[in-house]
Write a protein that binds this ligand. Structure first.
Ligand SMILES: [Zn+2]
Length: 235
């Protein structure tokens, strides 16, 4: 495959200036701050969802124990109605039943208290998380505005270069540009159109002569670097 290398290199030189500015913008303090606040909000949202689930679970546990308590109370009442209170063995049986009932109720109450405390804790945690979320949302708004300013600033600075790139683009073969743009989309660091000489890709430094199977013979020939996937050309 062939390509008009000088024209594409001219395009790439302009594209690279724009690319560098875009990279600088992506890595800027302002952009990182915005991304960090966004991540924090997502994290808080997840935490609140988890706490809501925990609270629901605690309430269910309490309900379960309340039902259990009601059941053993009615069982006790039924048990106490049977038998003659005058008989000594019956008195003893009732006393045993009461003792067992009290022990069980105590244990259930302890459990319920444990879940009530957990509910209180969750409530407190949710309150804190919501406060943080409010703070983060305000922060997000302000960092968004800062970022928008920075973007406008960058776009103004690049205006001329973008026009230049567009002008060069009009002289190019659309098919050749398509090949370039396809690689550009893959987030491969520029330059993506690189010279192939002495069997080596000048971008990644790999010896690729063998893998290319003689694809690059004449000046203007292109092939994909089997290692870094950039477009290799023969000068
Ligand atoms: Zn390479």
């Amino acid at each position: 495959m062939k390509m008009n290398i000088p024209a594409m290199l001219e395009y790439q030189a302009s594209d690279q200036i724009i690319y560098k500015a875009e990279q600088a913008f992506a890595g800027s303090v302002e952009n990182r701050r915005y991304a960090a606040v966004q991540a924090k909000i997502a994290e808080l949202r997840q935490a609140v969802i988890k706490m809501d689930k925990d609270a629901l679970e605690a309430r269910r546990e309490i309900e379960k124990r309340e039902t259990q308590c009601a059941e053993i109370t009615s069982e006790l009442q039924e048990g106490l109605e049977i038998g003659d209170e005058q008989e000594l063995s019956e008195v003893k049986r009732h006393e045993d039943m009461l003792r067992e009932y009290e022990t069980t109720v105590d244990r259930i109450e302890k459990d319920v208290n444990k879940f009530l405390r957990r509910l209180e804790e969750i409530e407190h945690e949710v309150k804190i998380a919501l406060q943080q979320m409010k703070k983060c949302t305000a922060e997000l708004e302000s960092s968004k505005a800062v970022l928008a300013n920075k973007r406008t600033e960058m776009q103004n600075e690049l205006k001329e270069e973008v026009m230049k790139r567009r002008a060069i683009q009009q002289k190019l073969d659309p098919k050749e540009l398509e090949i370039y743009k396809k690689v550009r989309k893959e987030n491969i660091r520029l330059p993506i159109l690189v010279e192939y000489s002495d069997g080596v890709c000048r971008a990644c430094g790999m010896h690729v002569e063998h893998d290319l199977h003689g694809k690059l013979k004449e000046s203007g020939d292109i092939a994909e670097c089997p290692n870094c996937r950039r477009i290799l050309y023969l000068k």
